[in-house]
Structures are given as structure tokens and as C-alpha cells.
Write a protein that binds this ligand. Structure first.
Ligand code: ADP
Length: 274
């Protein structure tokens, strides 16, 4: 499948950063307290460099989605700051939002739209001119092997096609930072491998990626660096070797075991890739 891809992301917006480099995502002392009283983030700080493939790994309820929602303006942090390529996510919401593409875990597609409409409307929301929208839609449908389905309603697609469409939609406005929220949760092995090939390719072409997952082998295979989040706190970060060393063990799996315990570990490797 990957061989069929031309270039998914090459574009002026994805040009290398200006001299000196800019951190793609800079989260500082982020606290999020929901009205229910739950403190989902308890002072999270994180820096993701331009071009990195960064993994956020943690058990259910650790705060991964909340962090993503704060980074994309879907939720307002109680305190702390988020900067996307130097733009404050609150004070310069528009610039920050334009730089980010989000592929959420749930397939939040409008089942009555065609594939073409799905991509076109999304790009319209991001202010892309009509002609550019049309070209980009064609390019992405082609790249994700969905061109022959362009006039079909999204509800008629297979699960794998829906996943690919959600990814294509996230890339429509040429974001420099792509956030993938548990993209392979509940996905079969074959589709997972296919999605991995796509996201590896997108990263190779210059897009910074933040991936949240609770699958250890996914993080190990794809990510340059990984942060463990647990109970609203970043408890460790580094390459998988560094994380293993930090916990005095020899693998990422053992490091995770040290951190979250055996029950969560069995969930994190529930669907091991052969
Ligand atoms: P993860 O994505 O790692 O599973 P979440 O960010 O979804 O974790 O959740 C972190 C904590 O915040 C959990 O205790 C969860 O129940 C709580 N939480 C998440 N969203 C809300 C919300 N909208 N209102 C109240 N509590 C929430």
C-alpha cells in the first residue's frame, strides 16, 4: 500500500522550520481540572521537536486525551500553557489550530456525506480556497487509495477505509503537527500494519507526529521518543532504551510494568503483532 503513495504531505506549509528551529509542541505546567473535580492533568510539561515521532503512552484514564484536547483547543486548561510551533494555543488560537491536524480515536465522520464532501468541508473550515481544496482532496483520496470511492457515502466504507479517511481528513489543511489519538485501538493486525506504514511515511515527509497509544509495541516500533503518562503526570520520557535504563530493566515492556503494574501491561500487549 505504501508504495502507492506519492507524496502525502509535501507542501509549502511543511517546509523545514525557519533557522534556529521551533519546537513543534511545547506544553508547560499544564493542569486540567474538570468541573466534576477530576484533575486529569496535574502539571504536565512536554516538548516535541519539529520532525519528531513522539509517543504518549499510558493506561486508560491517564490523561492522554485531555492533553490532546488542550493542545487542539477542544478543552481549556485550568492553568499552564500550550504553544504550537511557537503560537500560544489560546492567545493565537487560529495560528496554533492551523498547524495541527487531529485524527481522533472515534470515527467521527458524517455518515451522510461523500468522501469528497468530507474532505472538502473540512478544508473549507480551515479556510482553504476552493481550487486548492479540490486539488488537495484529489491528491489525498489518491494517496490513501480511496479515489474510486469519492462519491460514496462514508457510512458505506469498510472500517479500514474509514480509518484512512479520518487520517486523510486530518491532513487536508497540511498541518505541520499531526496528532493521532489511539489510531489503532480495536483495529485488526493487518489494518494496524497498514496504518503504521502511512504514518511512518507522513513522518518521513516532514510532519511531526504525536501518537497516543496504550500499545507498547506500537510505541516502540514507531516513536523516536516516548513519554509515559500516568494519573495526570508525565512520569518518564526518553527513547525506549533510555526508559528501560531509567527503570533499571532491559525493555520498554518491563519499564511499563514497573510503572503501571501487571494488569495494565496485559492490556497493553493484548494484540501483539507477530
Ligand atoms: P486517557 O485518554 O488517557 O484515557 P482521559 O484524558 O480521557 O484519559 O481522562 C483522564 C481523566 O479525566 C479520567 O479520570 C477521566 O475519567 C476524566 N475525564 C475525561 N474527560 C472528562 C470530562 N469531560 N469530564 C470529567 N472528567 C473527565
Amino acid at each position: 500500500m505504501a508504495a502507492m503513495l506519492s507524496s502525502i504531505v509535501r507542501s509549502p506549509l511543511n517546509d523545514p522550520p525557519v533557522a534556529g528551529g521551533v519546537t513543534a509542541l511545547e506544553v508547560t505546567d499544564l493542569v486540567k481540572r474538570y468541573p466534576t473535580g477530576t484533575e486529569a492533568l496535574r502539571g504536565v510539561s512536554l516538548e516535541i521537536e519539529t520532525g519528531e515521532f513522539f509517543g504518549l503512552l499510558g493506561p486508560n484514564g491517564a490523561g492522554k486525551s485531555t492533553l490532546i484536547h488542550c493542545a487542539t483547543g477542544l478543552a481549556r486548561a485550568t492553568s499552564g500553557t500550550v504553544r504550537v510551533f511557537g503560537h500560544d494555543a489560546l492567545d493565537h488560537y487560529e495560528e496554533a489550530r492551523l498547524a495541527v491536524g487531529l485524527a481522533p480515536q472515534e470515527l467521527n465522520l458524517d455518515w451522510f456525506l461523500t468522501l469528497e464532501e468530507t474532505l472538502d468541508y473540512h478544508a473549507g473550515y480551515f479556510g482553504m480556497p476552493k481550487r486548492e481544496r479540490r486539488e488537495r482532496t484529489r491528491e489525498l483520496l489518491e494517496a490513501f487509495s480511496l479515489a474510486s470511492k469519492k462519491d460514496d457515502r462514508t457510512r458505506t466504507l469498510s472500517g479500514g477505509m474509514k480509518r484512512r479517511l479520518v487520517l486523510a481528513r486530518a491532513l487536508m489543511h497540511r498541518p505541520r503537527l499531526l496528532i493521532l489519538d489511539e489510531p489503532t485501538a480495536g483495529v485488526d493486525v493487518e489494518l494496524r500494519l497498514e496504518l503504521w506504514r502511512y504514518v511512518e511515511r507522513i513522518n518521513e515527509e516532514g510532519t511531526t507526529i504525536l501518537l497516543t497509544t496504550h500499545y507498547l509495541e506500537e510505541a516502540e516500533r514507531l516513536c523516536d521518543r516516548i513519554a509515559f503518562i500516568n494519573d495526570g503526570r508525565i512520569v518518564a520520557k526518553g527513547t525506549s532504551q533510555e526508559l528501560a535504563a531509567e527503570f533499571g530493566v532491559t525493555s520498554l515492556e518491563d519499564a511499563y510494568l514497573e510503572l503501571v503494574g501487571r494488569k495494565e501491561l496485559s492490556r497493553a500487549r493484548a494484540e501483539v503483532i507477530p
